[in-house]
Design a protein around this ligand. Sequence first.
Ligand code: 3HC
Length: 407
Amino acid sequence: MYIFKAGVVGAGAMGAEIAQVISYSGLPVVLKDVDQAMLDKGMARIRDIYQRRVDKGKMSAGEMQSKLDLITPTLTYDGFEDVDIVIEAVPEKMSIKQRVFAELDEICPEGTIFASNTSALSISEMAAATKRPAKVIGMHFFNPAHVMKLVEVIPGLDTSQETVDDVVMFAESLRKIPVVVQECPGFLVNRLLMPYLNEAVKALEEGAATAAEIDERMTAFGWPMGPFTLMDMLGLDICYDVGMYLYQEYGSRMEPAKLFAKLVQAGRLGEKSGAGFYGYGDQTDEPVKQFIKELQESGEVKTGTEFSEERLMMPMINEAVLCVTEHVANVNDIDMAMIAGTGMTYRGERMGPLQLADTLGLDYVLQKLEEFTAKYGERFRPARLLRTKVRAKHLGKKVGKGFLEYA
Ligand code: 3HC
C-alpha cells in the first residue's frame, strides 16, 4: 500500500518532530492535539527545525514554506477521513492510547494503519481496543526524532505481514532505518538502554561519582551524550515511567534507582522543566545533591560503591544477549538498532553491544558480570547464552567467533 497522507495524534515534542519528518519527505500530514497551546508549541518546534535548516543554508525560505504548508494543525479529527496511516504520540498511558485508537477506528477508512510511537507499552493490547488488529503496529522513533535514524517497527500478535511491509517501506521513505523487533516490554533499544541509564543513577545516588564525572567518562567511552545529559533531554518522567513498566514486566533486575522518584516528585523532569539531574538557566543541581544525601543517610541506598564504564555497559550487553535468546531481533539488527537509535560507538568505531562484547572478549564480559553480581546483586546475573558461548570457546573477536564471525 502506498502512503499518500498521514496523521499524527499528539503535538508534544515527539509528535511534532514526527510530523516534521513526514512533511520533510513531501507528504501531507494532519497534526492533532486536544490543546491549542500544545498545538501552537508543536508547530513552533517544527518551524524551528526548518528554520535551522534554512539558517544552515540547507534549504531556501520558499522550500521551508512549502514543507510547512503540508502540515495541517487541528484540534479535531477533521482531515483524518482519508489518511493512510496515523501515528499516535499521546502520553504513555495504555488507557489514553486505546481511547485514541478506538476514536480513530470510527473515523478512518478500514485500510488505515494505526501506528503507535509508544516507548515500551504492548502493541497487542492497543490493537485489542480496535476493530482492525491486523492494521495496528508499533512505529517507535528516537529522540530527537528529526535527527535519529532508527525506527523500531513492532508487530503485535495480530499484525499482518502486509502492515509490517507497508510500515517498513514508509519508514524508508522518511529516510529512516527501520528495524523489525518482536514485541516485548521496552522493545529492543529501551530494553537495553534503560538498565544502562538506571545503573548510572544507582552509581550517582550511591556516591560513586558525580553526574558530570559519569557523563564525561561515558562520552570519552564513545557515547554522543553522557547518560545524565541524555535523561535530561528525554525527560525524567518518561525515563521513570518506562523504568517502572520494565520493572513490572521483567522483575527485580530492572528496579528503578530510588533517585528517579524523588526527582520526578520534585518536578525536576529534565531540560523541559528547567531542571533535572542538572540545573538549567538559573536552576542548580543543589537539590539533587540534597536528595542523594537524604537517600544515603536513611540507608535506602548503598554507599561506597565504585563507578566504572563497565558497570554501566555490562547490564546493556547482558540484556542484548537475552534479546538474542528470545529472538527479539537478530545479532546484526540488535547492534544496528543501538547504533542508529543512540549513536553508540567504541574507540571511534560505530559499534553495538554484541560486537562490543565480542571485542572485549566474552570470557571477560562473563567474568565482569559475575564480579558485579557478587558486588552489587542479581541484576548483573549473566545470561545463560553467554555462559554457553564461553564454555564452547566462542570467545569473540580474538578467536574469530562470538556473537558475530570474524575473518
Ligand atoms: N534536545 C533536542 N534536540 C537536540 C538536543 C537536545 N538536548 N541536542 C541536540 N539536539 C538537536 C539539535 O537541535 C540539532 O537539530 P537541527 O539538526 O534541527 O539543528 C540536532 O540535534 C543535531 O545537533 P548538533 O548539531 O548539536 O549535533 P550533536 O553532534 O551535538 O548531536 C545528538 C546531538 C544528535 C542529539 C547526539 O548528541 C545524539 O545522538 N545523542 C544521543 C541521543 C539518543 O540516544 N537518543 C535516543 C534516546 S532513547 C529514545 O528516544 C527512546 C524513547 O522512547 C525514550
